[in-house]
Each structure stands twice: as structure tokens, then as C-alpha cells.
Write a protein that binds this ligand. Sequence first.
Ligand code: SDX
Length: 380
Amino acid sequence: MAVNRGLEDVVAAESSICKVDGEKGRLIYRGYDIDDLAENATYEEVVYLLWFGRLPVKEELETLRKELGANRALPKELVEEMKKWPKHAVPMEVLRSATSLLSMWDADASENDRSANIRKATRLTAQLPTIVAYWDCIREGRELVEPKPEHTTAASFLYLLHSGKEPDEVAVKSLDVALILHAEHELNASTFAARVAAGTLSDMHSAVTAAIGTLKGPLHGGANQEVIKMLLEIGEVANVEPYVKKMFAEKKKLMGFGHRVYKVQDPRAFHLRKMSEELCKGANQMKWYEMSTIIERLAKEEKKLNCNVDFYSASVYHVLGIPRDLFTPIFAISRISGWTAHILEQLQDNRLIRPEAEYTGHVDLKYVPIEQRKEVATAK
Ligand code: SDX
């Protein structure tokens, strides 16, 4: 039996949601190139596109926006619980746990048909940003304000995060584009986790909880937090080269670089690089952008590595004034649309996902009573 470590090159599902062309560096959501969507669409249009397979007409978009707006508030009991949680809890833990708890208040919790799952997907897409923003307010002792139904996802998140201060247009637009770029990416690890959970006919909240836990790791969505940690550690443009060369000499992984599928530049990085340059310039903090471009050049020259979605998003969020440990939760509040689209697709033609392992352990050991055991047969 051939073993593909990390399931590399294994095709595990048919899907019409997203194409990642790793050779050409193209990303397509339901037929639309990410460049086109990043330039012209809104995040809510992309959510509709991912769930229903086509762009919405005006009334359909308006209905989705209204439904998202009407569902952003969290159950009061959940907010009261969150206030009791340890203030040092990291936001991804809080997001994972609060998402899991949300199912207890969800009117469709025990239903698994398509219309109930679309309602649940809508509620989760509306509620996740509120959890992240509220947690930052709770742990920092800021006021919790009610969401405004007329806000978009990006505006609502920033408004709630800043306790009712209306966000400026540049910040809302930048976050909206970042949400579009992170919304979907085929069978990445967290989406695969969501499909595995959904494939057992478990419920949508369980599948999304599994996905959040999977996104958290630094080899996946957690990398954006590691990137800003690295930039802060480097501190100044002059320190970049020795820092990166030392990392390579010590064979350490450079966070925000490399990708399982892309052999050329990640197309999302093009947009995030541009945003990073504009925002850093606007905020008079060009050093983050300059340091990033030097790291990018060195990674290419020395290791032939391209940056991925997590690299420039770090300086974008940093300059927008977002705390470091909210970077991965922001990835999640966007990717919820892709996760739920995949759960809906999985359930349309479901078969349990159950691969096999090539066994490499013992087969001929005999049970020895504990009094007679002299040495432990070490499991391989
Ligand atoms: C995301 O798949 C998706 O779609 C994910 C994602 C999405 O939208 O959902 O695109 C989002 O998760 C982006 C990736 C974020 N993670 C990081 O930035 C962490 C750093 N990157 C890596 O650890 C790595 O590149 C992975 C995890 C992204 C990919 O891992 P693979 O495919 O298992 O590749 P590998 O680790 O086996 O690397 C292959 C070679 C190795 O060298 P050799 O042993 O063959 O000599 O490339 C080297 C690696 O050492 N390499 C790196 C490197 N990435 C790969 N060397 C230094 N720094 C790196 N970042």
C-alpha cells in the first residue's frame, strides 16, 4: 500500500466550490478568479457565491445582508459565560469553545437538512466575528455594545471590537478585501477536518468547531500570528538579513512561506502585499512593509520559497491596530463561509470519510501478567 505522507497529491473529494491551480498560481471561487473578486466584490457577495454557486442579484444580496445583520448578536447566556472565562484564554480557544456552545441555543441544532444547515451557516457566519470582538473587549475591560444590523461583516467586527466607535472607510474596505481573500481554499487542513466531521452526519457546529481547532495550528492559519511576532522581534530593517540567514542556518521554518499546493506565488499574496504597502504608507509605518519585502527577497533567493496568504496579512492587520492574537480568529471569521459551503456540499452526496493506515507495529506479542513483566515491549 503506497503511503502519501500528509495526504500529498491525494484527491479526496469532488468539489465545485474552489480551484487552486498550484502551477499557474490561480485561485478560483465558483468560476471567478480571486483577482476579479478582490477588486470588485464584497465579502457578503462571496459568501452567497460560495454557498449557492452563483453571484446574487440585488434582492438576494440584500436578503443575505439582512439575515446576517439580524443574527450577529450572541445569546445573552453565552456572553455571561464568556465574562467568567480566564482573561488569559487565547482568542482561538475562546472562538473554538464559544462556537461549540452556540449549538445549545441554535433553534435548528438537531436538524441536518439543507435548509436548516443554510440557516445555521448564516447564523455562524454572523456570530463568529461577534465572539472574537467581544472576547477582546471582555479581556481588556472595554464596553460590549450591541451589533448594528445595517453593518457589513467587516464594519460590524471593527465596530464591536472598538466598543461602538464607527470604523473608518479605509479600515472597513481593507478588512473586507482580506475576508474575500481568506474565504475559501479547497481541501486545506481545516476544511478537510470540517468535511470529515460532517461526513459522519454529525452537526454543523461540531464540524465548524473541528475546523477552528485545526486552523489554529502554526502550520496552517496560526502562521499569521507567528509572522508578526517575527517582524516585531526583528524590529528594524537593518536586522532583517542577519535574522533570516540565522534562521535558515538553524533550519528553522520561516512562517508565512511555503505551500503544499502553490509552486509559484500565492495569488492572494499579491493583493495583501499591495494592501500592506498602502496601509503602512498611510500609517507612516513603512518599516513593516520594507522588512517584509526584504524577507520575501531572501526567502526566494536562498530557499526558492514564495510567501503565502499569511505573510502580508500580518502587517496589514498590525497596521490596522488589531492585536496579534486576533489575526488567526480573523482568518476564521472569513473561512467560516468556505467551511460551511464545504459542509453543505459534503452532505449533498455524503459518504463517510475513512482512509486507512499502513500498520507498522508488532503483530505477535503475547499478553504477560503484570507480575511477570520484566521489561516493557516498546510500542513502535
Ligand atoms: C495556510 O493548504 C491551504 O490551503 C492552507 C492555506 C489556506 O488558505 O487554507 O493556504 C493557509 O495554511 C498557509 C500556510 C501557513 N503556514 C506557514 O506559513 C508555516 C510555514 N510553512 C511551512 O511549514 C510549510 O511550507 C507548509 C506547512 C505550509 C507546507 O508544508 P508541506 O507541504 O508539508 O511541505 P514541507 O514542510 O514538507 O516542506 C518541503 C520543503 C522542505 O525542505 P526539504 O526537507 O525538502 O529540504 O520545503 C521546505 C521544507 O523544509 N520548506 C521550508 C518552508 N516551507 C517549506 N523551509 C523553510 N521555511 C518554510 N516556511
